[in-house]
Design a binder for this molecule. Structure first.
Ligand SMILES: [Zn+2]
Length: 265
């Protein structure tokens, strides 16, 4: 069984402010370690549940956060950005049995986390077919494009609730919740234990229950915080202006949507 894991940092236990998730920040190292520990816990659980290979995609900022030597040996770590349109799902293909997302966070405009955003802090909202789009949704559609079920997600509670509305059978591990500019967190070890338990359960069920149906067409809108971004990106081939801060893009092919995101987010 081959498993794919996409990892972010804003939904890792404890992370609350931007300096904690930014390399060079005074307390970044503490949360880099917890990101690695939560990933390692998920990998070990997957291997115990029958996985033979786990691909780990470091998907945060520079994508050079996870400490490889602290992961189990049967893992492959993807670091940096090739600039392939799959972005946080780079190297995913239909040969994987299941995908998981660790450390994921609330979407732009949500009060679920002080670190809420979608892909870029320059964006105030993204919708796909009128659904508010999180990084979870964007990447879950990428998995659907490759016919890979998304069976597990960890992160803040609002993100986990959002994920359950998209894929009702997905297993979730909420490690914290946001309250204003604060977060309320499990103990780091309790967070790892919750991840371990839910990853094992996720792989013991029918994986195909978590296969997300891919829409037949996509109507995407991006609203930027600055009208100057909306003006510039409205010139992307096929995009159009839809208000001072918003652009719109339509396609029947999700890969075209991902190419649009690659150049406009
Ligand atoms: Zn991130």
């Amino acid at each position: 069984m081959k498993i794919y894991m996409s990892i972010d940092l804003e939904g890792i236990c404890g992370t609350t402010h931007w300096d904690e998730v930014t390399r060079g920040g005074e307390r970044y190292a503490e949360f880099q370690k917890q990101m690695t520990a939560e990933t390692a816990a998920a990998c070990r659980a997957a291997l115990e549940a029958g996985a033979t290979r786990v691909y780990v995609r470091d998907g945060h900022d520079s994508a050079e956060n996870i400490i490889a030597s602290e992961l189990p040996e049967s893992t492959v770590l993807i670091r940096g950005w090739s600039r392939h349109p799959y972005m946080m799902m780079q190297e995913l293909d239909h040969s994987f049995d299941a995908a998981m997302m660790i450390g994921y966070h609330s979407l732009a405009g949500s009060p679920g986390s002080p670190l809420a955003h979608t892909m870029s802090t320059r964006v105030s909202a993204i919708t796909i077919n009128s659904l508010p789009a999180s990084e979870f949704l964007i990447n879950a559609y990428t998995a659907a494009y490759e016919r890979v079920p998304v069976v597990f997600v960890s992160g803040d509670r609002a993100l986990c609730d959002h994920a359950s509305t998209i894929i009702p059978a997905v297993r979730t591990a909420a490690v914290k919740y946001g309250s204003g500019d604060s977060t309320v967190n499990l103990h780091p070890e309790a967070a790892r234990n919750r991840i371990t338990e839910q990853v094992k359960l996720a792989l013991s069920g029918a994986l195909s229950d978590c296969l997300l149906p891919l829409p037949e067409s996509f109507d995407v809108a991006i609203t930027y915080t600055s009208f100057t971004d909306a003006y510039r990106y409205s010139f992307f081939p096929g995009a159009e202006s839809a208000g001072p801060n918003t652009i719109r893009f339509r396609s029947d092919d999700y890969f075209e949507v991902l190419k649009f995101f690659l150049f406009t987010l």
